[in-house]
Design a protein around this ligand. Structure first.
Ligand code: NAD
Length: 497
């Protein structure tokens, strides 16, 4: 009954980032009668969402945005090849009005909306109480304050951002402070998409978690949001749960995924010293139905903007609840991740006879994983940081998607005092892999982009290049020369497929 009584006409999403943009686009695509507006303070980002070149790269995203934002999309033949695009095409055939908008008019959009997603960044605090672990709630608080001051009474607020458990209470307190006596509903709807597969994940989610308060208005609000998702997600996959469980389940999910990576990486260290092969182990244990094959790829460890910060948030939460043993348990996942990077960088240095002076290192891949241009918290950054301490002559970085500006911003954050970028410093970002590899003493493949797959069949390369399997698994491959004085002996092109 409640499900039928609530319907959303206007939805606002605060935050036009990796989560807000794609999520709003997919909701708009499947709910043509709901006007969806994504707002952000970042004018450049909003203009990019309005234009031809979207600010983030995700396979399939252009099609979805074009359909919902522009009302139409051509190029049918191309669409037919892809499942998610077929949704866009099916809706296109019934000709739709544009219902996805991007704007910097935050307050006006908030005032007009009956449901508001909060999808702002929630990074780790860099200074002050809990620095390095606690979640920085500045952006979230700012967004909630805007909602408090401008939203209509009864508006439904949806936590999309990943937040510490009990943030719903904090939101309530902020709302009450700015609009005493006015009632709003608060839902927690954590996002589980992965960068690189965001559209696929949104189109076919494993589950949609709706955390709500156990009041009539809480259930009504949850029903309204469930109705939006039910436009394309089977009802059996939409799970209404307690709001605190919902907040904590997102941190738990990320912590457990990261934990699997650290677990297999810890085994890779043993493999290297014993001759066991970590990929064989991963395959063998992955065949156990209780374990499963996912997230068992040994490598440089996890990167990206979420896993480390979410584990930090979990450990801080545990500590502040007086549970230091729990905090220490999860902290180990991060410790192992750091250890893995460190081990890899040291193995590069020792492969090059313990000195990088006068040498050039090529780095292929900067993004924290393939199919995304997100340069945040890349494993490559940690590796580069350690290599720089050995004063290499140069480090040339190539990534097919990360923008030069994003990479430079991340690198500068490592060491803002020393000039590390060329022309005076050793680091340069280059626009093709061949330039990166030319005259280099070692080629490090740090992102598993398909284009970097080594052609195993290429004997010319095989005979001249030694492939050091750091831990038996891509992407952490060091290609090094057999003859120490040599430079990369073959055109780098032959290394690439
Ligand atoms: P992001 O940094 O890409 O985007 C956040 C956006 O919010 C920015 O563009 C920023 O300008 C905007 N913003 C901040 N405060 C604002 C305000 N008061 N008004 C208007 N705009 C404001 O972040 P993201 O990667 O999209 O992540 C958002 C949230 O989703 C985080 O909590 C993150 O942990 C979570 N999450 C991220 C992923 C992922 O893969 N990136 C996946 C699941 C969940």
């Amino acid at each position: 009954d409640t499900a039928r009584s609530v319907s959303v006409q206007r939805l606002c999403c605060i935050g036009a980032g990796y989560v807000g943009g794609p999520t709003a686009a997919v909701i708009a695509l499947h709910n043509p009668h709901v006007r969806v507006t994504v707002v952000d303070r970042d004018e450049k980002r909003i203009n990019a969402w309005k234009g031809k070149h979207l600010p983030i790269h995700e396979p399939g995203l252009n099609d979805v945005v074009r359909a919902a934002r522009d009302g139409l999309c051509g190029r049918k033949a191309e669409h037919e090849r892809r499942d998610y695009a077929n949704h866009a095409q099916a809706r296109e055939e019934s000709v739709r009005q544009p219902n996805l908008f991007f704007s910097t008019a935050c307050t006006q959009t908030i005032a007009e909306s009956d449901m508001i997603f909060i999808s702002v960044n929630t990074p780790t605090k860099v200074r002050g109480v809990g620095a390095g672990r606690a979640t920085d709630m500045t952006a979230l608080e700012g967004a909630v304050r805007d909602v408090a001051m401008h939203a209509r009474p009864g508006t439904i607020l949806v936590e999309k951002s990943t937040v510490p458990c009990k943030t719903g209470q904090l939101i309530k307190d902020i709302l009450e402070a700015y609009r005493p006596g006015v009632s709003f509903s608060i839902l927690s709807n954590p996002e589980f998409l992965s960068e690189g597969t965001a559209v696929r994940d949104l189109m076919r989610p494993d589950r949609v978690i709706l955390g709500c308060e156990s009041t009539i208005s809480g259930h009504r609000a949850a029903a309204a949001l469930a109705n939006l998702y039910a436009a394309w997600v089977p009802r059996s996959k939409i799970a209404p749960i307690n709001i605190w469980s919902s907040e904590l389940c997102k941190l738990t999910a990320n912590a457990m995924l990261a934990q699997r990576i650290s677990s297999i990486n810890s085994i890779s260290a043993i493999c290297e010293r014993t001759g066991a092969d970590v990929s064989e182990i991963a395959k063998s244990i992955g065949m156990d139905a209780r374990i499963g094959p996912q997230f068992l790829k040994a490598g440089l460890g996890f990167g990206g903007s979420c896993f480390r910060k979410d584990i930090a948030s979990l450990t801080y939460l545990a500590e502040s609840l007086g549970l230091p043993e729990v905090a220490a348990y999860w902290q180990q996942v991060i410790t192992m991740n750091n250890f893995q990077r460190d081990r890899f960088a040291r193995s590069v240095i020792s492969s090059l006879h313990n000195t990088l002076r006068g040498k050039k290192i090529a780095i292929l891949g900067y993004a924290f994983k393939k199919d995304t241009g997100d340069a945040r918290e890349s494993p490559a950054l940690d590796v580069i940081r350690i290599l720089l301490e050995e004063n290499p002559n140069s480090i040339a970085i190539f990534d097919p998607l990360c923008s030069e500006a994003d990479i430079v911003r991340e690198l500068r954050a490592v060491d803002s005092e020393t000039e590390i970028m060329q022309p005076r410093g050793p680091v340069e970002i280059v626009s093709d892999p061949y330039t990166a590899c030319a005259d280099s003493n070692a080629v490090l493949v740090l992102t598993d982009w398909d284009m970097f797959k080594l052609r195993k069949s290429n004997r010319a390369v095989q005979s001249k290049v030694e492939e050091h399997q750091f831990d038996g698994a891509a992407p952490t491959t060091i290609l090094q020369l057999r003859h120490k004085a040599d430079k990369i002996p073959v055109p780098a092109a032959t290394l690439l497929t």
